[in-house]
Design a protein around this ligand. Structure first.
Ligand code: C5P
Length: 208
């Protein structure tokens, strides 16, 4: 079974998806981490972020791998922390908008998805990557609440700056943030992680 969890940054996607996967004994795939790792690689290797074909070649040559403990690796280097830097937050939509890049990423995401029961989180999972997913959820939340949540992940960055960054990223990601028409929309503004996980677990049970 595939559980697709899509939505913009700060809606609780990663925490919800990884907690749900652990609870169900499903594998967990963070597709945002794949785009982030490619952005990190492009910076390391000096690849022009406006050159879609060159970025796609880079993505092909250096697939991202995920450790069982949630670590993200490229070329045997642990990039788990590096890909969460504010600079990567700002640059990743520039990389992710290239169709050539998305094609490589989606192929890899589909290959990883067919290996068994999985929870996959991203922006276009239920609509484009795995439209046959048995459970599809699209998370949303108020932007100020999303910025407040981000302050825990990005200590040292002002809440106002984080809110402005989130709005800018929403705009840049809009084209590729696609709720599936049959996704269940869940507003997480006033919900705890546990409540969101419970709600999605109910949907999983109902679809078994
Ligand atoms: O989910 P996260 O904030 O880590 O995603 C980082 C970025 O990766 C997004 O801002 C977006 O540009 C890109 N992304 C995407 N499609 C996905 C997942 C992430 O374009 N399925």
């Amino acid at each position: 079974m595939i559980v697709a969890i899509d939505g913009p940054a700060g809606t609780g996607k990663s925490t919800v998806a990884s907690t749900l996967a652990r609870r169900l004994g499903f594998s967990y795939l963070d597709t945002g981490a794949m785009y982030r790792a490619l952005t990190w690689l492009a910076r390391r290797d000096g690849v022009d972020l406006s050159d879609g074909p060159a970025l796609a070649v880079l993505a092909h040559a250096h697939p991202v791998s995920f450790g069982a403990d949630g670590h993200v690796e490229v070329d045997d280097e642990d990039v788990t922390a590096a890909i969460r830097e504010t600079e990567i937050d700002r640059l990743v939509p520039v990389v992710a908008r290239h169709p050539e890049v998305r094609e490589v990423m989606r192929d890899r995401q589909r290959a990883l998805a067919v290996t068994g029961d999985s929870v996959i989180e991203g922006r276009d999972i239920g609509s484009v990557v795995t439209p046959g997913a048995e459970v599809k959820v699209f998370l949303v939340a108020d932007v100020d609440e999303r910025a407040r949540r981000r302050t825990n992940d990005r200590p040292g960055v002002e809440a106002d700056t984080l809110a402005a960054d989130l709005r800018a990223r929403d705009e840049r990601d809009a084209e590729n943030t696609k709720p599936a028409p049959d996704a269940v929309r869940l507003d997480t503004t006033d919900l705890s992680i546990e409540q969101v996980v419970d709600r999605i677990a109910e949907l999983v049970e109902a679809s078994r």
